[in-house]
Design a binder for this molecule. Structure first.
Ligand code: NAD
Length: 248
């Protein structure tokens, strides 16, 4: 088991990739703190039930990652419940497409808020206890869009590029405390975020992926477990591309 007895806090894990990461970490022996927004409480609780059904210690903590007070309270509650936080996965994210020359500041702020300010707030909140424990694994879910200029992804790509900067600086500042920080840059994954696209647009996109399909959430989750393992202590500040050959 790669993350046996480790406590993992995964943001936005009521559904989609976050949920797959929670299930994968659980199978590798972790105790799981599920986070999501109040609006998604039902799915967060369903995920907890699914984890408990396979004998895993799990609990849901509702908090909006853009709200420092809510995140602070959540981290305190997780520490109280599980005693420590070994792994943080900054997974919560939203997407709004839009062209830069027609840019909408509301969408820009919303996307930057959840995808970049959120991970900063969560990272800042867990670091004191990780530094004290001299152990931590932080995994940031970036994106293929941070690696190339994809039409219409201005807000999202900027947030996910910023997240790579946050990853590298977090890695540099905490390496002496036994904490690693890495990013995953997934291509297109079969979750609500993608399946919302019209079928025709989706098929045109899939045609550009050399592997010929979207990624299964579990295929990204396996990489998160690898980076979270005790044995990955020499990997820090890295960005792992997982995109079915879209960007080689
Ligand atoms: P999703 O929409 O299915 O899940 C996102 C989750 O984040 C939801 O549970 C949502 O309620 C939660 N969330 C949203 N705002 C939040 C907030 N303020 N606080 C706490 N939770 C919040 O999408 P997904 O595809 O599972 O996305 C997971 C991560 O993977 C995101 O960071 C996304 O940008 C990234 N990603 C997705 C793809 C893809 O193709 N689906 C590709 C690359 C990266």
């Amino acid at each position: 088991m790669m993350t046996k007895d480790r406590v993992a806090l995964i943001t936005g894990s009521g559904q989609g990739l976050g949920r797959a990461i929670a299930l994968t970490f659980a199978r590798e022996g972790s105790k799981i703190a599920i986070n999501d927004i109040a609006l998604n409480e039902k799915k967060a609780l369903e995920t907890v039930e699914e984890l408990r059904a396979i004998g895993v210690e799990a609990e849901a903590f509702l908090a909006d990652v853009t709200q420092e007070g809510e995140v602070g309270a959540m981290v305190e509650q997780v520490l109280e419940r599980f005693g420590r936080i070994d792994i943080l996965v900054n997974n919560a994210g939203i997407n709004r497409d839009g062209l830069i020359h027609k840019g909408d500041l509301k969408n820009w702020s919303a996307v930057l808020g959840v995808n970049l300010t959120g991970p900063f707030i969560c990272t800042k909140a867990v670091l004191p206890s990780m530094r004290q424990n001299k152990y931590g694994r932080i995994i940031n879910i970036s994106s293929l869009t941070a690696r190339m200029g994809i039409f219409g992804t201005g807000y999202y790509a900027t947030s996910k590029s910023g997240l790579i900067g946050l990853t590298k600086v977090t890695a540099a500042e905490n390496v002496v405390k036994g904490i690693t920080c890495n990013a995953l840059a997934p291509g297109y994954i079969k979750t609500d975020m993608m399946v919302k696209y019209p079928e025709e647009q989706l098929q045109a996109l899939i045609a550009k992926i050399p592997v010929g399909r979207l990624a299964e959430p579990s295929e990204i989750a396996e990489a998160a477990v690898f980076l979270a393992a005790d044995s990955s202590s020499y990997i820090t500040g890295a960005v792992l591309d997982i995109n079915g050959g879209y960007l080689i």
